[in-house]
Design a protein around this ligand. Structure first.
Ligand code: HEC
Ligand code: HEC
Length: 333
């Protein structure tokens, strides 16, 4: 990724105001020399700093990751496709225009009201979309390790959580992706512009992970299996690394969820199941709806997604894990 136009404009500004600075410095009248040089010097410095920041940003965006690619062909059995379809509900809010399967891609930047950082689509993952020429190993690497076929880091993809996904589950996902009906065209190539590159110094959107290796899921029904689901569904993206809650920080990103180590230990299993089946909170009342300028809307706590992904037994395992969490102090409720 590179923004040749943006970078050229910066270079022109630097040369132009740099030239004026030198001219002013040579001026005879002392006031002109100092005021002129100071002013044009400053006007040289600003684009120079932006140029350096943007070059750092582009080097991050283009950094190459050589995580190995598994040599694997997913069988695509009916059982795999069924399991994969459940898991694919984790992907709908980003990889579909509305909020449902198939994963035909969305203009992520528009859907989530992103500032003008460049082109950012969550690509079309159906057989007529962006990954039609990717090997199964490349798709698995993209999901679990956040690395594009061409070796750069994917942006935004929640691979930090997906890295925990078992070989079995990630293969089921690929089986489902390949079984979807062909829907639409590949989305355009993602490309950050000058502003996006500079922004990378404030918020690094890269999601590349260390190689995942072989992963097996914990025994079904155990609290460890509950933790496994918490990781792959991405509860931590909104509720914090330790589920201690996050505070809104003004940067683009998912809504900040409250402290689950404080809340869920006080809930009964029945309250937990009711919440994830109906969105109804124990005290009565529902989670507020988040509506964006783009028209996209979903409950601020995406419980319908969690319900679509999990079986009742899996929800219970998640409750067992969350209910027993030790309290973590945090600035949020
Ligand atoms: C928070 C939003 C988000 C979620 C949730 C998400 N993705 Fe992504 N995904 C993205 C974005 C954005 C990109 C493009 C990143 C880029 O090009 O830098 C991407 C890229 C990908 C790619 C690489 C495709 C390509 O052509 O570059 C694959 C494969 C993928 N996602 C699979 C999945 C699967 C499977 C899931 C669900 C298990 C999922 N994603 C969930 C946002 C998301
Ligand atoms: C997209 C962000 C997001 C994700 C992903 C997410 N949450 Fe939440 N969650 C929130 C927000 C925001 C709230 C607070 C809703 C509100 O405004 O009242 C919340 C509220 C909750 C509550 C209710 C707490 C209360 O009393 O209001 C529970 C329980 C909960 N989340 C559990 C989970 C679990 C478990 C997962 C993963 C399976 C998860 N969340 C994933 C954003 C998220």
């Amino acid at each position: 990724m590179f923004d040749i136009v943006g970078v050229t404009i910066l270079v022109i500004l630097i040369v132009f105001f740099g030239f004026l600075t030198v001219r002013a410095w040579k001026a005879k009248p002392r006031w002109l020399k100092w005021v002129g040089a100071l002013l044009s010097g400053l006007l040289t410095l600003i684009p120079a700093v932006l140029l350096i920041l943007s070059l750092i940003g582009f080097s991050k965006l283009n950094q190459h990751y050589d995580n190995p690619i598994a040599d694997i062909k997913v069988a695509g059995t009916a059982a795999q496709i069924a399991r994969g379809e459940k898991l694919a509900n984790i992907c709908v809010s980003c990889h579909s225009p509305g909020n449902q399967l198939p994963l035909s891609g969305s203009n992520f930047a528009t859907k989530f009201d992103f500032p003008a950082l460049g082109t950012l689509y969550a690509p079309n993952l159906t057989p007529s979309g962006n990954i039609k020429d990717w090997t199964d190993g490349e798709v698995i690497r993209a999901i679990r390790e956040g690395v594009h076929k061409d070796g750069r880091s994917l942006l935004i993809m929640p691979s930090a959580g997906f890295r925990n996904m078992s070989d079995e589950d990630v293969q089921a996902l690929v089986a489902y992706l390949r079984s979807q009906p062909e829907t639409g065209e590949p989305t355009p190539d993602n490309q950050f512009n000058l502003i996006g590159a500079i922004f990378m110094n404030l918020a690094d959107f890269r999601t590349a992970q260390q190689p995942a290796g072989h992963v097996t899921a914990p025994q079904a029904g155990t609290p460890e299996y509950g933790e496994y689901l918490v990781d792959i569904i991405g509860c931590r993206d909104c509720h914090g690394d330790r589920l201690q809650g996050r505070v809104e920080n003004g940067q683009p990103g998912p809504p900040a969820g409250p402290n689950l180590t404080q809340i869920v230990p006080q809930w009964t299993e029945e309250e937990f199941m009711t919440f994830f089946n109906t969105g109804m909170l124990p005290g009565g009342g529902k989670v507020p709806i988040l509506t964006l300028k783009s028209g996209f809307s979903e409950p601020r706590m995406p419980w319908p997604v969690v319900r679509a992904v999990t079986m009742p037994g899996e929800l219970k395992a998640m409750f067992t894990y969350l209910h027993a969490l030790p309290f973590v102090q945090s600035p949020t409720r």
